[in-house]
Design a protein around this ligand. Structure first.
Ligand code: A2P
Length: 280
């Protein structure tokens, strides 16, 4: 699979596999199936309560650990220096691994929830930097950070985030944030790349899909990759797990890209980094 180079010289596959809360058995089977179908980037999070399942799926697959990029994330109730370090160890144990390839701050501390959100994010980041220095994490990054959170982090960070994982799909793709990150050498990963499946019936997507003899889901993933971002679609269905990685044999034209760029808002999660724990 094509690779995307990170600012720390590591690289990520151009497409990954998303996981979420599922029964342990279902989660394990999905991860094993994804790996056996060629996915090499597996995304999980403490919040998804699936790290045990993900770890088991990795062990059950035929793929060597060194070929797999394992991601997990620090949940927002664990922000802070000491709590971040402890939460990381818990994740490592649950995944039953020696190291994590990519560890992300899941949501930034924000103005609404913290008296000194800048300090909380800076302290959390320092913990991640130290864990990276200790060799326990290969790459460190963030998720759901807006420019205001990144600019504040840059004030004290010794290591620049390698990745910002954000909501990014047709109907909600945060182009200004994407440009900001790309200008700073931060790779975008796209969560909910299919807009929870809610965007797939839109006529613009189904029409473009028909022209390429592909599905609307494959068009979404291709559009994200052609924007230089890494989609991480989730699925527990064997057919759709295969379908979602079969996106390297066609290309969208500039016109098709532009048509998708301007689709009206749809599939939006309602989650915003400056607003949690409430949705908008
Ligand atoms: P399923 O697990 O039954 O495949 P997102 O990653 O944007 O949050 O979307 C995930 C949702 O999209 C899941 O409900 C998943 O259901 C569904 N999904 C995943 N891949 C496809 C696909 N290729 N076509 C249609 N729906 C899909």
């Amino acid at each position: 699979m094509e690779k995307v180079l990170l600012n720390d010289e590591n690289s990520l596959p151009a497409l990954g596999f998303g996981t979420y809360q599922a029964t342990e058995e279902e989660g394990t089977r999905a991860v094993q199936m994804a790996l056996d179908n060629g996915y090499r980037l597996i995304d999980s999070a403490a919040k998804y309560e699936n790290e045990v399942a993900v770890g088991k799926g990795i062990k059950k697959s035929e793929v060597d650990r060194s070929e797999i990029i394992v991601t997990t994330k620090l949940w927002r109730d664990q922000l802070g220096y000491k709590t971040a370090k402890a939460a990381f160890e818990t994740s490592l144990q649950k995944l039953n691994l020696e190291y994590i390839d990519l560890y992300l701050i899941h949501w930034p501390a924000n103005e609404k929830n913290y008296d000194n959100w800048q300090q909380t994010n800076a302290d959390t980041w320092r913990a991640l930097e130290e864990l990276q220095e200790d060799g326990k994490i290969r790459s460190i990054g963030v998720s759901n950070f807006w420019p205001e959170h990144l600019d504040a982090l840059f004030q004290t960070a010794r290591v620049k985030p390698a990745v910002n994982q954000i909501e990014f799909h047709p109907g909600y793709w945060q182009p200004e944030l994407t440009q900001f990150c790309q200008e700073h050498g931060i790779v975008i990963e796209a969560w909910s790349p299919l807009g929870k499946g809610e965007v797939l019936d839109h006529a613009v997507l189904t029409e473009i899909a028909k022209n390429h003899q592909k599905s609307a889901a494959q068009v979404c993933l291709r559009w994200i990759m052609q924007h230089g971002a890494i989609p991480i679609p989730k699925s527990t269905s064997p057919k759709r797990i295969q379908e979602n990685i079969d996106v390297f044999d066609f290309e969208l034209s500039n016109e098709e890209m532009a048509q998708i760029d301007v689709l009206p808002q749809m599939g939006f999660s309602g989650e915003l980094p400056n607003h949690w724990p409430d949705k908008v």
